[in-house]
Design a protein around this ligand. Sequence first.
Ligand code: BMA
Length: 360
Amino acid sequence: MSKESTLEQPVIDFTEIETITNQGTAPKITGPVVANMPWQDRPEDSNDVMWRFDQNPIMGPREIPCALGVYNSGLLPYEGGFIGVFRVDHMDTVPFLHLGYSKDAVNWDVEHEPIPFVREDGTPSIIQWAYDPRLVEIEGVYYISWCNSLDGHGPTIGLAATTDFKNFTQLENAFLPFNRNGVLFPKKFDGRFAMFSRPSDNGHTPFGDIFLSYSPDMKYWGEHRWVMGADFKHGWWQGVKIGAGSIPIETSEGWLSFYHGVTSTCNGNIYSVGASLHDLKDPTIVLKRSYTALLAPEMDYEVSGRVPNVVFPCAALADAETGRIAVYYGAADTHMGIAFTTIDDVMEYLNNEKPREHCS
Ligand code: BMA
């Protein structure tokens, strides 16, 4: 039988503790200075946490002659400019990955031919189709993750490595089908690579949560853990499925991730952008999460295109000096757009997010 303690229990006010720990310590991005990244201040008439670049869309159909659309793409700073791996849907509607270069991360020169991947044994790799690439640097090696076909048996996560953007080695696919939205972390955890992914089905998956997996060598993946799920209680916009988006940004507060959430309507799915914050040592711990979407399809190039009503983040530039963040997103499976925020804005928003009562 338990005996009631006679000791007086201290009353802890957890709200107070959180306020005290955050006092005087502005959130900071841990990472490189990206002084030449695109930037525009929030328009004066806006209170939005995230606001669009006024030159959007920055890319679209016929960006190169074979392109029906250019969207959902990865990019990062490289040699004083920027480099990207772009999803290009060819005129037969099959998507492939193309390399692109830019001085300002707004105007891009995209190569007309897909990236010629080579297998680890030196033989040319046959890519049947490839979409939604993410690009990350980990300890001096650049990795591309994308949605790849497992020899005709459905979508899974393809991986490739390069050190010079001239020679691209295709590695083993990370998982069994079906899986999409493989997003690598830019740092190792106790010597192991880490990746978010979203187990799926073979088609337009009506479900989907974000999981985390580890690998000692970028070949064998395991220790799979559930991270967070689609949930109408967090807002209808992410009630059907969610998927990791940009490469997580390391900050003083945790890993900041911009992800997509999906709701379904009688006119099809609507894709929006949210943000989540994950523990620095164990990203399965979700510290904060959006209840409202930071960006939802509104503009013509987002609500109209090959797949209407889609904003789909796959990359972000983050400047450690100013705290500025530029999120790159695919719009309506046709165009690319940029949306801006800052670490201060996004953290203030996440810290004050509250679920709407009785929302399910
Ligand atoms: C998802 C992916 C994305 C696409 C989105 C909306 O399943 O295929 O490439 O942007 O659907 O069509």
